[in-house]
Write a protein that binds this ligand. Structure first.
Ligand code: MOS
Length: 694
């Protein structure tokens, strides 16, 4: 394409697509540097306690085993920022599956056999891994994930609820959920003197380098972290994980390059999970459906290693014009693995519960659920009172209803059948905040007419490097083909991770700035360019992180159609349709892919994805993809994603909001609401598997 005015928003193909489909793209475990050894972790076999002894001899006697590292002999590390990374430093076992050793082998097979042969003895202690809404250890934390206040209250929600003619008081449960990116976590590390080089499957190299510098007590400029290709993360690679610390530790201990590629069955325990959430919602409305009182209370778990509080009541602070509003989080610290970010932490489980309860309220009132949401549209953000920078939820609902054919729907539950199948449809809203962080970038004009743009973005499969090149081409006013881009190298400069749906806004802002400066510099330049070209650099500290007087969020609406088999209890989604308002869409192809991917993940949350903290052993029962069921192709029907173009001057130079997470927000509620419409029965615990539905 050459029309520069169409570069931004055009459906440009992923730049690394060919490398990926031809198998030439190298991932972190595939850097087969000379002399490389492989590491395999040894997980703790008790749920709480301490290691009392390690017999490494049977492992060391096996062919190809190079070393057995435990707290008794591993190099001492300084305290990490993230306590889940204090590995092989002490005998304490905070949860089952915590790594108590690492076996290094000449091959992956040797390391694995060695790990199976190490004999570890423990002193086991009593443990508690079971979350209940009235858990005696539950407390109100200082804040929830994201720094949000744990509790907010406006007006008198109890009195307003008591005097409301129509009331809903319901409890919803979301089980623990696992990120399970297609590429499990892996890192390859080697030392040259006191210089450390790492290839890590991560959502951001800046944070990985900072943590390695901290634990190895090195200046950051001695460490280089690359993450050129990353096979997904969904939040679980947003922070450094055990693989990178173990690989660097083992490389230092053995003097060899070491790869630690975590087997998938270790992932649920050591890379974070979406914590289970127990929701109680109370909604009171007048006869016209105006919400007089909204209370959303969440109870969740965290580990004893670190406090992480899934901020699931936060979206209720954004969504509806309630006369009185209370949102609250409580957390119990249990002997469980440490939860963390998973695609749309907070919004995803929170909106499942809120949007399901809204459907119950619509049913109680006899008001169409699309109309109920429109009637409760707030003028300003309910919690903060700030004006919205833009909010097109109503447009998304109306556009979705039109495309879905919602007006033909018979509102009566259980009214449509085809043979043994009951058929229903449901709607739910979506929201996700606009986040942005400072970033560095550079742009160089080369004598051959090309441009080299460098930004330490990470492309976790989203198309990040492609859209950054589009932003550059747009700002430079040149065709896309003339822009070369380099990403995912900590040496380029600081950058935020690919997370919080903020990557493109943050990296793109810096790229835009660098390119705008370069254009100005070139305007002053006369004659041919020097051999090394003309360089412009940008750093958006102080601009990209400025407080906004506006409440900035993306919004959306999901519509789902399901069939429920009255013989088998199987729920199948036959149609999913989403309409999103997320600012300016910068690449129609990759944006659609993000929306559809999020919606599909919501379908999995609704129907198949389930995990259990085993009360006998203390770890997750569903540890692989044979037991943790993500949707397969046959489970995913027609998924349609559309967007409403928004012109919002209060965002960033591109006018974009984030798109990576909003697709999963509300999608499961739309499916659940469709199941209620099909059957007339309200299921309040996910997933909607046949054993529950039948
Ligand atoms: Mo996403 S859970 O912010 O990587």
């Amino acid at each position: 394409m050459t029309g520069t005015e169409t570069v931004l928003g055009a459906p440009a193909e992923r730049r690394e697509g060919r490398e990926k489909v031809t198998g030439t793209a190298r991932y972190a475990a595939e850097f087969d540097v000379p002399g490389r050894a492989q590491g395999w972790p040894v997980p703790a076999a008790v749920a709480r306690g301490r290691v009392t002894g390690v017999d490494a001899a049977p492992a060391l006697a096996l062919p190809g085993v190079v070393a057995v590292l435990t707290h008794e002999n591993a190099p001492r590390l300084a305290d990490p920022e993230d306590p889940t990374l204090a590995l092989l430093q002490n005998p304490h076992v905070p949860h089952r599956g915590w790594f108590v050793g690492l076996v290094v082998g000449e091959t992956l097979e040797a390391a694995r056999a060695g790990a199976a042969a190490v004999r570890v003895t423990y002193e086991a202690e009593d443990f508690d891994v079971t979350l209940t809404a009235d858990h005696p250890g539950a407390y109100v934390p200082d804040s929830a994930n994201g720094g949000f206040p744990a509790v907010t209250e406006h007006g008198d929600p109890d009195a307003a609820y008591a005097s409301s003619p129509t009331r809903v008081d319901v409890e919803y449960r979301v089980p623990p959920l696992h990120n399970h990116p297609m590429e499990p976590h892996a890192s390859t590390a080697w030392w040259e003197g006191d210089r450390l080089t790492v290839h890590s499957s991560s959502q951001g190299t800046t944070a990985v380098r900072a943590e390695l510098a901290r634990v190895f007590e090195l200046p950051e400029d001695r460490i280089t972290v690359f993450a050129e290709h990353v096979g997904g993360g969904f939040g679980s690679k947003g922070t450094p994980r055990p693989d990178v610390v173990l690989a660097a530790t083992a490389a230092r201990a053995t003097g060899r390059p070491v790869t630690v590629a975590l087997p998938r069955r270790f992932l649920p325990t050591v890379v974070g999970h979406r914590a289970p959430t127990l929701h109680r919602l109370r909604l009171g409305a007048d006869a016209d459906g105006r919400i007089a009182s909204l209370t959303h209370e969440v109870t969740t778990h965290t580990s004893r290693v670190k406090e992480f509080v899934e901020q699931a009541a936060v979206p209720a602070r954004v969504m509806y014009a309630a006369g009185a509003l209370r949102t609250a989080h409580r957390v119990a610290a249990l002997d469980v693995p440490t939860p963390s970010w998973m695609r749309a932490p907070g919004e995803c489980p929170g909106m499942y519960a809120l949007e399901s309860a809204m459907d119950e309220l619509a049913t109680g009132l006899g008001i169409d659920p699309v109309e109920l949401r429109i009637r409760n549209e707030p003028e300003t953000e309910p919690d903060s009172g700030k004006p919205f920078s833009s909010r097109h939820l109503v447009e998304c609902l109306r556009e979705g209803a039109r495309r879905f054919g919602w007006q033909e729907r018979d509102p009566r539950p259980g009214a449509r059948a085809a043979g043994p199948l009951l058929i229903g449809s449901g709607v739910a809203a979506a929201t996700y905040p606009v986040l942005v962080s400072p970033c560095a970038a550079s742009a160089r004009a080369l004598p051959d007419g090309g441009f080299l743009v460098r930004v330490n973005a990470t492309d976790i499969g989203t198309g990040a490097r492609t859209v950054c090149a589009q932003i550059a081409a747009d700002a430079l006013g040149v065709p896309l083909e003339r822009v070369r881009i380099e990403v995912a190298d900590s040496g380029i400069g600081f950058a935020p991770m690919a997370g919080g749906s903020s990557g493109t806004a943050s990296w793109g802002w810096a790229v835009h700035e660098a390119c705008a400066r370069l254009v100005a510099r070139l305007a002053e330049h006369s004659g041919p360019l020097p051999d090394d070209g003309v360089l412009a650099e940008a750093d958006t500290s102080g601009t990209a992180d400025a407080e906004s007087p506006y409440a900035r969020h993306a919004f959306g609406a999901h519509f789902a159609e399901v069939t429920v088999d009255t013989v088998t209890g199987e729920v199948r989604v036959t149609r999913l349709l989403g309409v999103f308002a997320a600012g300016r869409i910068l690449n129609a192809r990759t944006a659609r892919s993000q929306f559809v991917g999020g919606m599909t993940m919501g379908l999995g949350m609704a129907l198949t994805e389930d995990s259990t903290v085993d009360p006998a052993f203390g770890d997750f029962t569903e540890s692989d993809l044979a037991s943790y069921h993500v949707p397969a192709h046959a489970d995913v029907p027609s998924v349609e994603a559309y967007w409403v173009d928004e012109d919002d001057a209060h965002l960033n130079p591109m006018g974009s909001k984030g798109i990576g997470e909003i697709g999963i927000v509300g999608s499961a509620a739309a499916v659940g609401n469709a199941v209620h419409h099909a059957t007339g029965i309200r299921f309040r615990e996910l997933p909607l598997t046949p054993d529950r539905v039948l």
